[in-house]
Design a protein around this ligand. Sequence first.
Ligand code: FCA
Length: 334
Amino acid sequence: MTSKIRRLTLRAAFAAMCIAPLGMNVAAHADSPVKIGFLVKMPEQAWFINEQKAATALGQKENFSVVNIGTPDGEKVLAAIDNLGAQGAQGFVICAPDVRLGPAIQARAKRYNMKFVTVDDQLVDSSGKPLANVPHLGMSALKIGNQVGQAITDEMKRRGWKPEEVGALRITDYELPTAKLRTDGATQSLLAGGFKKENIFDAPQKTTDDEGGFNAASPVLAQHPNIKKWVVFALNEESVLGAVRATEQLHIASADVIGVGINGAGEAFAEFQKKQPTGFYGTIAVSSTNHGKDSAENLIDWIRDGKQPIADTQTTGKLMTRDNWTAVRSELGI
Ligand code: FCA
């Protein structure tokens, strides 16, 4: 590139940065490859790291670039969309930090004429209904929750536990619809398997990570010192792992805890590799690779061919434990 051309290119890039925040659509650079954003609420979590990695890898194969951005709050989401607009991105995949940001995200994307799809957490409108015209790809939450409940029920039977002696720690996030569906599904299956309703204790979590699980679980465990055996479930394995750490702190033996998570990502793998089994019995593994790849693919097809993705794609999961985790991991391409 000659220095003159480089100067012109720089000038054009600078002009685009100045124009974009004023609300103009930065025309897609016709000769440059398509660029999309991949915005996630918890960029440090293995699940989301893997999604972004899978989208980036697909881009390398299919000639589009992916800008990975961590957006832990609403302000960061809007700033990220501005930033993408300034870079001439034509769309983004998002797992937002709060699903009620739906209308704000939609308005901001429209400003730059960007298409977007949601992954994992479906955005809602001001009345709490799924945001119309935003294609979504996420877990079949109730079914996966059912698998959690079933896995716990089976393991309780295998260990010969009597329902009346077992407490359930239900770590909840009722602000997030997919989270509620997952813990509702687990509850359904536990009850169907003979679990005592009065032995289920709610532990509302503030954040959907290990710390959130730990902080939610600790006071509830402390309130029930008479219960010696616990089962634990939540929207994801990070939260369950946090709760399992809380049981350890109270010296509850790992053989007296059955925690079952959801995701099947790095933290679960690390737990299964520990020398001694912990209270984390298993997790319903879902392919974060496919979530990242397929949501990016849907968006790219929409941008390139005008083919609007189907409104709601629901993915399935498989029980992963210490015994089969490597096989399930490679089967799901995680
Ligand atoms: C939510 C959870 C994540 C993951 C994802 C599919 O966003 O917070 O851990 O389970 O759904």
